[in-house]
Design a protein around this ligand. Sequence first.
Ligand SMILES: [Zn+2]
Length: 251
Amino acid sequence: MGQFKGEGIVLRSMNLGEWDKLLTVFTQGQGRLKIVAKGARKIQSRYASLTQLFCNIRFTVYQGKSVHTFSQVELIEGFRPLREDLGRMAYGIYMLEMIDATLEEGQSHDDILSLLIACLHILSHTDHLELLLAFYELRLLSRLGWGLSLESCPVCGGKMGAKFSIQNLGFPCSACIPGGAGEKPLLTISLAAYSLLKTLCGGDWRRLEALPTGIPGEKEVAAVLDRIIYIKLEKRLESYVFLSQIRSTAR
Ligand SMILES: [Zn+2]
């Protein structure tokens, strides 16, 4: 049986049989891989602490047809604060699941992996959970080819209109407003939310981190992004319920 090495983030961890775990690992160069950790649920297993959600691991696996098996694993970064704080955990799991839901198995996306690792680092200490999620979502959407147009009509590139179209991911001009049955209604977006979206798309994180928490437009931006993700993925992520509970206790 052949072996190969890799490294990546544990996106999903499921129990398998009596003692094993089946992990989905988002790896550098090879995208999402399914890997079995034999005996990972035994108390003394050397894998137990390395196969939890968020762990950034370096590994060697025995190559299988569609599912591989660990022969060696070591921890690069455990992201422990994300498992010790329910709020951080809810936002983090939602970030992981979004990748699991959008990328095909084996589809490599190292730019998205770097984004995820950078955002998990920030999530471990920041107080701006909602802003960070928006920052992450906008970059993820853009890397998936769903970037927002905030300066001009997303269809013709002309002067932008007044209302936001989820379908067009921007403000279409009057000539380009989508029509027809099944069209999503256009959204009115406040000036505060619009300028926050622009800051989020353009700025680096340090600038956003310096903003006060709960700034105007934040909840509106979160609601718009929730809708975009729901429409683009054509479903709600499972972890959305957990995230919504955490959001409602924070408000
Ligand atoms: Zn137009």
